[in-house]
Design a protein around this ligand. Structure first.
Ligand code: ATP
Ligand code: MG
Length: 393
């Protein structure tokens, strides 16, 4: 008899009519994430998703860890299985929860029966298992009002299950249930975190990287691929789009005033990202911009940059301190890669004195020296696409 994993759904429970759709997303995202760990049956009943191994030798520890990064799950628990018999259930609870019972000062048992042919009511079963536990752990008292530990017993079709102490899940909403967005992924600390944050709200991400070979190296590109690969743990499978950006940057360098280099470069990023978004049916662009972080992230610079985007530009980190961003980067596992010392296209041809209060009118004036449409088209046609599946590392 195999242990199972229970996932508690988060906000999606509140979604009324859309609930089935949300639930199906969550189930299919979980199924995809579980693939490397064996064969599982995954299905939702009320606000719980049940994950049941279908063969011996499933990697339950690996599965449990992988499910911690699936958005839409508020908490998860591993439940031990036993025969549907009151003594087997009590014995299992005593064995399986020994450590938790010893650590807690008080407990209570809550039972659920979906198998209505079970010969005891939920209350009788809770009382019986509670009595056995109290006897086995005399230092832990029963407290039905404010117990430190809640012991759950579930009697289901083929077996009974015992579990306690759920661990926090990834939260958020299942990826894919809130549409798609293009995320501008540099090699830095911020943009992987901003991608994670929007994916957490149920959005499927298309990461886009602007690459200025040979000013930035193959190693810099590999670093971005590695970051995007790491993000698949949270965002699910995705296709990274690498946009050739060298010609655009050289044109800007040769034809525009130096103080506008960065702003104009960013306007090109927005235009190309919007083009990719349109092609893929996306509803927004996402950046790792953060108010006051450098000359290109002032309010006026952001206004001039986003003026060329027909789509909303989401900046989930806009009000964060660097420390908060770093904490999240560590949590999601991208920090160590982000701090590898490779250059980004933003550091190529950086102006000595960037314009602090740029205006859209001035930027447009500068851009008259460029074949904007042609350059966007050329970059779009040169995109390299890299499919990334969810890794097992
Ligand atoms: P990050 O840590 O994300 O690199 P940053 O503080 O270094 O952020 P900038 O380099 O100024 O900030 O870039 C701001 C945002 O612009 C990034 O968060 C990212 O969304 C986008 N961006 C910058 N460079 C690139 C690039 N080469 N490819 C794709 N997006 C980029
Ligand atoms: Mg950067």
């Amino acid at each position: 008899m195999n242990d199972i994993i229970l996932l508690k759904q988060g906000e999606i429970v509140l979604k009324g009519l859309n609930r089935k759709n949300f639930e199906q997303r969550l189930v299919s995202n979980a199924v995809r994430r579980l693939r490397p760990f064996g064969k599982f049956r995954v299905y939702a009943v009320q606000s719980t998703v049940y994950v049941e191994p279908q063969e011996d030798g499933c990697d339950m520890d690996g599965a449990f860890d992988a499910l911690k990064t699936v958005f839409g799950v508020i908490s998860l628990t591993r439940a031990a299985a036993c025969e549907k018999d009151r003594d087997a259930i009590a014995k299992k609870a005593v064995e399986y929860l020994a450590e938790d019972m010893r650590a807690a000062k008080s407990f209570k048992v809550e039972s659920k029966r979906s198998d209505k042919s079970f010969p005891m009511t939920s209350i009788q079963l809770s009382q019986y298992v509670g009595g056995e536990l109290a006897e086995a752990f005399p230092d832990t008292r029963v407290d039905v009002h404010e117990p430190e530990l809640i012991v759950n017993v579930e009697v289901r079709d083929y077996a009974a299950y015992v579990h306690a102490r759920p661990v926090p899940g990834a939260g958020g909403m299942p990826v894919g249930c809130n549409g798609r967005a293009v995320t501008l992924l540099s090699g830095g600390i911020d943009s992987p975190v901003s991608s994670y944050m929007i994916a957490k709200r149920g959005v499927h991400m298309i990461p886009v990287h602007f690459f200025s070979f040979p000013y930035t190296s193959e190693a810099a590109k590999e670093k971005v691929i590695e970051l995007a690969q790491k993000l698949t743990a949270w965002c699910g499978r995705q296709t990274l789009e690498i946009v050739p950006f060298t010609h655009i940057q050289e044109e800007i360098r040769d034809r525009c005033p130096e103080e506008y280099f960065t702003i104009i470069m960013r306007r090109f990023m927005m235009r190309i990202a919007a083009r990719i978004a349109e092609y893929n049916g996306c509803g927004a662009l996402v950046t790792g911009e953060n108010l006051g972080q450098g000359a290109s992230q002032t309010m006026s610079a952001m206004a001039v940059t986003e003026a060329v985007s027909p789509l909303p530009v989401l900046r989930p980190l806009v009000g964060f301190d660097k420390e908060e961003i770093v904490r999240l980067a560590r949590k999601i596992g991208t920090f160590e890669t982000s701090i590898l010392p490779y250059e980004d296209c933003c550091t190529v041809f950086t102006p000595r004195h960037p314009k602090l209060r740029p205006t859209a009118a001035e930027a447009e004036e500068c851009e008259k020296a460029l074949d904007v449409e042609g350059l966007v088209e050329e970059a779009f046609n040169g995109i390299e696409r890299i499919r990334l599946e969810v890794g097992t590392d």
